[in-house]
Design a protein around this ligand. Structure first.
Ligand SMILES: Nc1ncnc2c1ncn2[C@@H]1O[C@H](COP(=O)(O)OP(=O)(O)O)[C@@H](O)[C@H]1O
Ligand SMILES: [Mg+2]
Length: 242
């Protein structure tokens, strides 16, 4: 993707700090995401990636600034952020195992009222994920890990996301399944959704994204075009085993 600097960012985070009780976990984080980009947020387990997503979704109190679509979200509720199109596919999928695939998928549209549009979106999502269409009546908990990840992504799409934040999509899945899911994410991006890909698998995320941010101990320590980061010797040494 061409240099995004001439456009207004969709998301601009500044001086974001947060913690759990007395324990600080995020330190003055700054990042920007431009419309229709795929941005990778990578780092080791415990770096603070999920905490940052929770802060953006307003689930974790924080200080600083989160401007999304020109609105300041500090002070907004999780529902308000969600209604603006800031939607997470959470780490570990978080499905209702004893509910059907379709009921899980429809959870994504629970705040929408336009039944005709919901129906259209559901049909479209079943063309993106034919496997889910076949299994719509099956219990979500009885599906494979890859199918459950599809279900979590489909649920997020039912919320009509503007920025879809996908947390550890690849964790525990076979490479061939991850490849299929990455193809779907690329199609979702081409369809106009901006994507924040959060991954411990640094190689995978940087090889798919336009730009990347590397997080260590609650701070952004590297950022830039994904290709530049992959070639950066300090990133290679720390994360790519080179
Ligand atoms: N609910 C919580 N209560 C207290 N500490 C937490 C909680 N969740 C995460 N942490 C701590 O915050 C830090 C960052 O964790 P996390 O955001 O989950 O990192 P990542 O997603 O990069 O693996 C870790 O030290 C973790 O132990
Ligand atoms: Mg995490």
């Amino acid at each position: 993707m061409s240099s995004p600097t001439h456009r207004l960012p969709l998301l601009k985070v500044d001086q974001l700090s947060a913690g759990y009780g007395e324990l600080p976990v995020l330190h003055e984080v700054a990042l920007e995401i431009y419309p229709r980009e795929m941005v990778a947020l990578v780092g080791s387990n415990g770096a603070g990636k999920t905490s940052l997503l929770r802060a953006l979704s307003r689930l974790l109190p924080c200080s600083g600034s989160i401007v999304f679509n020109r609105r300041e979200l500090i002070g907004a509720t999780p529902d308000q952020a969600f209604d603006l199109g800031l939607v997470q596919v959470p780490e570990g999928r978080q499905l209702f195992d004893r509910m059907s695939v379709q009921d899980n998928v429809l959870m994504g549209s629970y705040r929408r009222r336009d039944q005709a549009a919901i129906r259209r979106d559901l049909d479209k999502i079943y063309t993106i994920f034919p496997r889910l269409a076949e299994r719509r009546r099956q219990l979500a908990g009885s599906m494979s890990g890859g199918e459950q990840q599809m279900c979590a992504m489909a649920r997020a799409l039912m919320a009509a996301p503007v920025l879809m934040m996908v947390d550890e999509m690849s964790l525990g899945l076979a490479p061939v399944v991850v490849e299929q899911l990455m193809d779907v994410l690329a199609a979702i991006q081409r369809d106009g959704v901006t994507v924040l890909l959060v991954e411990q698998d640094v190689q995978l995320a940087l090889s798919c994204a336009d730009r990347g941010y590397v997080m260590e101990a609650g701070r952004i320590v590297h950022s830039g075009p994904a290709k530049t980061l992959i070639d950066d010797p300090s990133v290679q040494q720390a994360y790519l085993g080179l």
